[in-house]
Design a protein around this ligand. Structure first.
Ligand SMILES: [Zn+2]
Length: 449
């Protein structure tokens, strides 16, 4: 193995100390709102920060912070210590960081314990540099980012506001806009479908769906032919006791990029109609939701200079004879709640089905030429020399929506797939080094604003 600098050895040691805590959220326990794992990871991180000479504070195990510098203003860096469940397919133990050549493996090494580590060492370099710090630099350590960011909501209420900063939980060279997140649910009113169930989470494309219809509602051969015409990689139709059972397998994808997947429920609905099934809810679904993922069926096909609206059906469930479908929409950064409400209002209900609006979340947007975006982008260019990639707008949501004044900046490099939320998550050791360097520059630039 290539010998590492002492600092890099220390960084890997810190990262492995964070990875060893299985910080997947579990049921609350006394004094631990997100369970024992996230609390243990927070305690470890705060201990590490103290060892590095930073001031620290634990905010009732919702979150904590580590700080250097003096002054009224705070430059905030918001990173998270919780992780998503490891899932199947790991070649090594997900909670034991393993180094193979120039790479380390483990759940969270990239998302976001690597971001925590790079931020801590960037702060350490600044503290050691002797540069007078006329502002405080505070690393906010959250423990529930993957499950709704209640940790940062808690900080927003109980913590000191930050003036500006970033969250190392997206990608370089920075994310200056995040689309708004809107949730809706579609319900059937009348349908011959006996049951339809698929999907596990609202924020992913429904990748498998099992549907049962009466055998006399649709021709079996025509249905097979129609299913074969869809984008589904695999589907089976079986007939037993007068019931046709369709098992459709699509392709999963994140809800913010639904066209990267194949929706098993959407394709099933389309095939049922193609095969000649006359059904109020099949028609309602195909007209209002469909498989185009653009919201056109409910009057919401819209776009601005930074991207178009996307719509994803994540979960389909049948309860007491009624079918419900969750819809996860990502709305353009310049579109207002009022525009969304009035555009879809005429399409939400008729005698075949209805769509209920849940939450309409606000988008986040900083112009690309705003000082914050420019400060961070400059730091990235100074270290990497890359001027080809530009700050971007995404459909996903980060801590930036919960911590006013910050945007997502790194820590993923353009074009690098660190297998986050997947098996064998990894981080290249030299990326950790470069992230730290970029964050040092970024903080320096923010100190100068
Ligand atoms: Zn993350």
């Amino acid at each position: 193995m290539i010998p590492l600098t002492t600092e890099l050895e220390n960084m890997l040691d810190v990262l492995s100390r964070l990875v060893k805590h299985n910080s997947v959220r579990t049921a609350p326990e006394a004094g631990m709102p997100f369970g024992t794992g996230p609390a243990a990871a927070l305690e470890e991180a705060l201990t590490i920060a103290e060892e590095m000479g930073f001031r620290t504070h634990n905010m009732e195990n919702y979150c904590g912070w580590a700080e250097i510098g003096q002054g009224d203003e705070i430059i905030g860096i918001a990173a998270h210590l919780d992780v998503v469940p490891p899932g199947e397919g790991w070649e090594t133990d997900p909670f034991t960081m393993v180094r193979k050549g120039g790479r380390v493996y483990g759940r969270g090494v990239a998302d976001d314990k690597g971001g925590v580590t790079a931020s801590l060492f960037a702060m350490k370099r600044l503290a050691d540099s002797g540069r007078p710090l006329n502002k405080r630099v505070r690393l906010l350590l959250g423990t529930a980012e993957e499950t709704g960011s209640e940790c940062m909501e808690y900080y927003a209420v109980h913590g000191e506001p930050v003036a500006c900063g970033f969250t190392p939980d997206g990608s370089f060279p920075g994310i200056h806009g995040e689309k708004g997140g809107t949730s809706m649910t579609a319900y059937s009113k009348k349908t011959a479908i006996l049951s339809m169930n698929g999907g596990f989470v609202t924020n992913a494309v429904c990748s498998r769906c099992v549907t049962e219809v009466p055998a006399d509602a649709v021709d079996e051969q025509a249905l097979r032919a129609a299913l074969a015409q869809t984008e589904l990689p695999e589907s089976t139709v079986t007939c037993e006791g007068g019931v046709l059972r369709i098992d459709a397998r699509g392709v999963a994808a994140h809800a913010s990029t639904p066209l990267a997947g194949v929706n098993a429920a959407g394709c099933t609905m389309r095939a049922l109609a193609e095969a000649g099934m006359k059904d109020p809810f099949v028609d309602f679904y195909n007209e209002r939701i469909g498989t185009a993922c653009d919201g056109a069926g409910i009057g919401l096909k819209m776009a601005d200079d930074w991207g178009e609206l996307t719509l994803n059906n994540g979960i389909v469930k049948t309860e007491n004879g009624a079918i419900s479908c969750t819809l996860d929409l990502r709305t353009p950064v310049t579109v207002t709640e009022q525009q969304i409400r009035s555009a879809c209002a005429p399409f939400l209900e008729d005698d075949r089905g209805r769509i209920e609006i849940g939450e309409i979340g606000k988008p986040l947007f900083y112009p690309a030429d705003s000082p914050l975006v420019q400060c961070l982008y400059r730091a990235y260019v100074e270290v990497t020399g890359d001027t080809e990639n530009r700050p971007m707008v995404i459909g996903g949501g980060t801590y930036a929506k919960h911590v006013p004044g910050i945007i997502a900046f790194g820590c993923a490099f353009p074009g690098v797939d660190n297998h986050i939320h997947d098996a064998n998550e990894y981080l290249d050791v030299d990326e950790l080094e470069r992230q730290t360097e970029i964050y040092v520059r970024a903080i320096e630039n923010l100190l100068d604003i």
